[in-house]
Design a protein around this ligand. Structure first.
Ligand code: NI
Length: 217
């Protein structure tokens, strides 16, 4: 009797430890999926696309363009895409990156026709198609703005390993719509098959970006 009691106790403890380990592992995986510090470092070091055969950056999406049209990645097949994730309320980083993108296209000459510049918002609450339309028109008529449901944006941001987080604006107490977003500032070059080709870190020189893109077309 005493023996069974003891063995039973050991079984229960073993099962509890196994279940605990499973959940701990699961929550750690979830956390890393949201923050991706390792992925981001690998991406910035350029090792992700080289070490793995299957594309780990990019994928299918269902979004709405700045004209209110529902689009997917299939609508752009056959074109290279230059994609930047950001938000229209961004005070400086996003406008700078988008201008670099447009300047790079200008520097490419006729080859720029093979590339579609794209701005995907990470702030769908404020960036409606109307807001995006006004915003992208300030940069270039070729620039496409994409937004979508919270879920759709979450999904595409995850697919592109984009980190984003709401930051409270201290000067804007009580105003729900007044906030900043902390986010990854990387420009992605996707191939005509919508697969990842190259990324450009923030601060890339437009003429150098143009050369690199031309060499990869
Ligand atoms: Ni920004």
């Amino acid at each position: 009797m005493n023996f069974f009691k003891t063995r039973g106790f050991i079984y229960v403890v073993a099962i509890l430890i196994a279940v605990g380990a499973f959940y701990a592992g699961d929550s750690m995986r979830n956390e890393s999926a949201q923050i991706n510090p390792v992925d981001l470092k690998q991406l910035q070091a350029g090792s992700i696309s080289k070490t793995v055969g299957t594309p780990l950056v990019g994928g299918a999406f269902e979004l709405t363009d700045h004209n209110g049209k529902e689009v997917t990645e299939k609508d752009y097949l056959g074109n290279h895409l230059l994609i930047y994730f950001g938000y229209t309320y961004c005070p400086d980083v996003c406008p700078t990156s988008l201008q670099v993108m447009i300047d790079a296209l200008e520097a490419m000459g006729p080859d720029a026709e093979k590339v579609i510049p794209m701005f995907i918002t990470i702030d769908p609450e404020r960036d409606t198609p109307e807001v995006l339309k006004e915003y992208v028109s300030q940069f270039d008529s070729r620039l496409i703005g994409l937004t979508g449901s919270k879920e759709a944006i979450k999904s595409v941001a995850k697919a592109y390993r984009v980190y984003r987080a709401k930051v409270e604006d201290e000067g804007a107490e009580g105003k729900d719509m007044d906030y900043l977003m902390d986010h990854t500032s990387i420009t992605y070059l996707m191939g005509p098959d919508s697969k990842f080709k190259k990324h450009f870190a923030h601060g890339y020189e437009p003429t150098k970006m143009a050369e690199r893109i031309k060499s990869l077309l």
